[in-house]
Design a protein. Structure first.
Length: 300
């Protein structure tokens, strides 16, 4: 299968040998950032190992059925009974909020997200329907089966502050990166140039079941079957490439780092319409915009 922007596997940011020594079911990226792959998606743990109760943050909440795996990884990494200070979301698609309601209740924590994601997190609106016509593989064809109904964590939901700060994550700021979802955000720590991307771009061909299984690294646009504004998605990738990140942890695929990753990210940004945008599709011909009732704009 042709890759969008191939990347040398040596650019992987995780270290299997180091993970085996630690054996807490997560993959360490930096000293205080790790992730766990949950079937189709990654969830990210921000906090130093052994941080204890309320000493860490969960970014995104995986797929349905993942509650036990997430809680087990959290306890192994942070300590028995260690609850996060908050759950922070890149966006509210089904594979990022699969066990959000259960975890938020179990841990008694606030949930932070962009204000434009609120309708999909307070039970009031469903996402636009996936588009299988974009092609790309089996998962793309199966996308009409993916849930679009909202979850409801309205009693715990807080908007990310307008100043770009992330209250439970000192040293990080959020960046509005729409296109894949109206209120999609990515999280950036300038001190070490670490970027938690969500699905603004990914490092595997998420439309293909084979690519998802093999996880050969590439720089790939957002998952095509759920991206509703390709112009906004292009602006988002260009904005993130401009940060010159050292390490990227995406919602799908392996984390990548270093100059080869940056070269590929710039290539994706420059060639986005050529390599990332499908040749046809419902939202290619008619992207959703503010006028269509999905009010959002490209990042500044």
């Amino acid at each position: 299968m042709a890759q969008q922007i191939p990347v040398d596997p040596k650019s992987r940011a995780d270290d299997p040998a180091r993970d085996a020594e630690r054996d807490d079911s997560t993959h360490a990226i930096t000293g205080d950032v790790a992730y766990r792959r949950l079937v189709l998606v990654n969830t990210v743990f921000v906090g130093a190992p052994g941080a204890g109760d309320r000493g860490w943050v969960l970014v995104d909440a995986g797929v349905m059925g993942a509650k036990g795996a997430i809680m087990a990884a959290a306890e192994a990494r942070f300590g028995a009974g260690a609850r996060p200070a908050a759950i922070v979301l890149t966006h509210g698609h089904f594979d990022h909020v699969g066990v959000l309601e259960d975890l938020a209740e179990e841990w008694d924590v606030p949930v932070f997200a962009h204000a434009l994601e609120r309708p999909y997190l307070d039970g009031s609106a469903s996402y636009p329907a996936p588009d299988p016509s974009v092609g790309g593989g089996l998962l793309g064809r199966l996308s009409p089966l993916f849930p679009t109904k909202p979850v409801d964590v309205s009693g715990r939901l807080q908007d990310l502050p307008g100043d770009g700060s992330v209250p439970p994550m000192p040293g990080w700021r959020w960046i509005h990166t729409p296109g894949h979802a109206p209120g999609h955000v990515s999280f950036w720590r300038e001190a070490d140039r670490t970027l938690i991307v969500g699905d603004a771009f990914v490092t595997t061909a998420q439309e293909s079941a084979y690519a998802v299984a093999v996880q050969e690294p590439e720089l790939h646009g957002p998952p095509m079957y759920l991206t509703i504004d390709w112009g906004a998605a292009r602006h988002s990738v260009q904005a993130l490439a401009g940060l010159e990140p050292e390490c990227v942890i995406t919602g799908h695929g392996r984390p990548l780092q270093g100059p080869e990753m940056r070269r590929a990210l710039h290539a994706l940004a420059e060639r986005f319409d050529e390599v990332a945008v499908p040749e046809h599709g419902r939202y290619v011909e008619a992207p959703l915009s503010a006028a269509d009732g999905s009010a959002y704009a490209p990042p500044d």
